[in-house]
Ligand binder design. Structure first.
Ligand code: SF4
Ligand code: SF4
Length: 357
C-alpha cells in the first residue's frame, strides 16, 4: 500500500531542493494553519494546555485560548498562499479548528485557490455544512483515543454524549466523503488507554475509517512507556495481522517512538524542512515548525502588521531561516529529524562522482 507518511516525499519536489541549494527561499510547499486556540475538548495530554494539564510541552509559552486569526487576515493569508504557489494546507490545533467561526469561508477560499486541503480535528463538530466542506479534502485525521465511551470522556474531560457524537460523525463522514478523501485516525497511546489498542482498530474499521496511526504520548517523565510497551506492541501487531486489508491500513509509529523523546541535541546541523513547511498560528505569527509553535524563540514573523507574502519573502525571514542552528536552538524532539537528515545526505553527494551509481 502507498505510504502517506513517507519522509522521502520531499524528493519529488526537486525544484524546491534546487532553490534551497542555491541559497534562495521559495514559497513554502505546505502550511499548517491553527485558526483558533479554543477547544471544545480538554485532553489530559494536550500540548496546548487545553486540559487540566501539566503536560504542556515545555518550550511553548503561555497560550491565549481566546486567540484566533481574524476573518479578513485569514482570507488574505489564503489568497497570498494561492498567489505564491503554496501546494497544501492543514487546519489543526492550537485549539479545535472546527470551532473557528469562519471555517466555511476559509475552506471555500482554499478551494478557489486550488490548494490541497486537509484537517486535523477531534471530530465532534464534523457534521452538517462543516463536514460537507471537507468531503473532498485530501485527508481528514481525527484524534481519537478510546473505543470505550467512559474512558474517552475521562481522557478528554467531556461527557459520554460527546463520544457518541464523534462515533456518529466518523461513521457519517466515512459514508459521505468522496472516494479520494482519506479518513484517518490518530491514536495517541498512554498508560490510560493502552489496553484498548486492538479494540480501537476493530471499531474504527467497522465505522469505515481508512487508516489508523498509533503514536506514543510524549511525556516529560523518563521511561514512561517501559511498563506498557510490550502489551501495546503485541496488540498493534495483532491488529495489523487480523484487520488490515480491504482498504484499511494501520501505521505503527508507536514502535519507533515509545522510547524517551526528550533529548538535548539534534543530529543534523541545518533545518531545511522549515523552509518548505511552515506554521501560522492563532496569534497571527509564523513559527519555525509545528513542534515549536507558540515558542517565542521560534517566531519567524508577525502577521499583525504585514501580509504573509510580504513577511515570507522578506530579508529578515531569509536570514532567520538560514541562520537557524537546530543543534543549539531546538532542544526538543524534532518530528522532521529524518527529513532533515535525508536532505542533508542529498546535498552532501559529491557531484563529480554522480554517475557512479
Ligand atoms: S482535542 Fe486537541 S487541542 Fe483539544 S484539548 Fe484535545 S489535544 Fe488539545
Ligand atoms: S524542531 Fe526540527 S523542524 Fe522545528 S525548527 Fe527545529 S530542527 Fe526545524
Amino acid at each position: 500500500m502507498k505510504n502517506m507518511y513517507s519522509s522521502v516525499k520531499v524528493f519529488h519536489h526537486k525544484d524546491a531542493l534546487d532553490l534551497i541549494e542555491r541559497g534562495e527561499i521559495g514559497a513554502p510547499y505546505y502550511i499548517r494553519i491553527k485558526p483558533t486556540n479554543l477547544c471544545n475538548h480538554h485532553c489530559a495530554y494536550c500540548t496546548y494546555g487545553s486540559g487540566s494539564t501539566d503536560q504542556k510541552t515545555e518550550n511553548r509559552d503561555a497560550i491565549n485560548h481566546m486567540d484566533m486569526i481574524p476573518k479578513e487576515k485569514m482570507l488574505e493569508i489564503i489568497e497570498d498562499m494561492g498567489e505564491m504557489g503554496v501546494r497544501a494546507v492543514t487546519f489543526s490545533g492550537g485549539g479545535e479548528p472546527l470551532t473557528y467561526p469562519y471555517i466555511l469561508e476559509t475552506v471555500k477560499k482554499v478551494k478557489e485557490n486550488n490548494i490541497d486541503l486537509s484537517l486535523i480535528t477531534n471530530g465532534e463538530l464534523l457534521d452538517g455544512e462543516r463536514a460537507e466542506a471537507f468531503y473532498d479534502a485530501k485527508w481528514i485525521r481525527i484524534s481519537f483515543d478510546s473505543p470505550d465511551g467512559e474512558e474517552y470522556a475521562k481522557l478528554r474531560g467531556i461527557s459520554v454524549r460527546s463520544f457518541e457524537k464523534v462515533i456518529g460523525n466518523i461513521s457519517d463522514f466515512a459514508q459521505n466523503k468522496s472516494r479520494d478523501c482519506v479518513l484517518g485516525v490518530n491514536y495517541v497511546i498512554s498508560r490510560s488507554n493502552y489496553k484498548r489498542v486492538y479494540e480501537a482498530a476493530k471499531l474504527l474499521k467497522e465505522l469505515g475509517v481508512d487508516n489508523i496511526k498509533y503514536a506514543a504520548v510524549v511525556m516529560n517523565e523518563q521511561h514512561y512507556h517501559d511498563e506498557i510497551k510490550d502489551e501495546v506492541i503485541e496488540q498493534i501487531h495483532r491488529a495489523k495481522r487480523e484487520l488490515e486489508g480491504g482498504g484499511f491500513q494501520i501505521t505503527n509509529s508507536y514502535e519507533n517512538d515509545w522510547m524517551d523523546k526528550n533529548f538535548t541535541a539534534q543530529s543534523f546541523p541545518v533545518c531545511y524542512t522549515c523552509r518548505l513547511v511552515t506554521v501560522i498560528a492563532a496569534d497571527q505569527k509564523i513559527y519555525l515548525c509545528h513542534t515549536r509553535a507558540y515558542d517565542s524563540k521560534a517566531v519567524v514573523a508577525d502577521l499583525r502588521d504585514k501580509s504573509f507574502r510580504e513577511a515570507w519573502y522578506s530579508e529578515e525571514t531569509r536570514k532567520r531561516l538560514e541562520q537557524l542552528k537546530p543543534q543549539e536552538a531546538c532542544r526538543n524532539f524534532c518530528v522532521y529529524q529524518e527529513r532533515n537528515e535525508l536532505i542533508q545526505a542529498y546535498f552532501d553527494v559529491n557531484y563529480d562522482h554522480i554517475n557512479f551509481i
